[in-house]
Design a protein around this ligand. Sequence first.
Ligand code: IMP
Length: 191
Amino acid sequence: MIFATHNPHKVFEVSLIMNLPKLNLQSLKDIGFTEEIIEDGTSFRENALRKVEALQSKGYASVIGEDSGLEVEYLKGEPGIYSARYSGEPVDHDRNISKLLSAMAGTDQRNARFTSCICLLFEDNIHYFEGYCNGKIDYQRTGSGGFGYDPVFIPEGYTESFAVLSDEQKSKISHRYKSFAALGNYLKDKI
Ligand code: IMP
């Protein structure tokens, strides 16, 4: 099965979550796929599907595509599908956080959530799996772990940001944990 990501670390991470010893999961790097996949959908689902379609069109029959991002209630769901490039190209996580904190200056409405949406192509069918992590956007950055918006995201039930929590703690409550656990559960009797 191909995981439509250029990041081999993500493959390692989600393999641990799914815990399917018989599953041989390969990244785009593993199969020598170097083309850029155009994510021009209007939702996480559509962009996850775009990733699957890019591989399906090359003849791959078992494919996982995932799209994720941060939705902020006060900003009516922004940055959403534009999370990675919120402050423009090239992707710069620190600049994205600065833009987010400026957009939320002066408000105490800090509710937000991370979404991970998986599109699976398997046995000629498309299936979707979603995972969410609710939380709040802090007023300033804390911590040095993680990536993306982790320094300003405080998950529900915690007082520290994702960037302060350990990788292990984050991985047990993250949106990606929930979506890939659901996918693993779906695949466990089928492979
Ligand atoms: P993707 O790689 O196209 O799914 O883009 C995801 C973007 O959403 C990342 O570049 C981050 O900006 C943001 N994001 C998704 N998941 C996380 C997370 O776990 N922590 C922090 N930021 C995240």
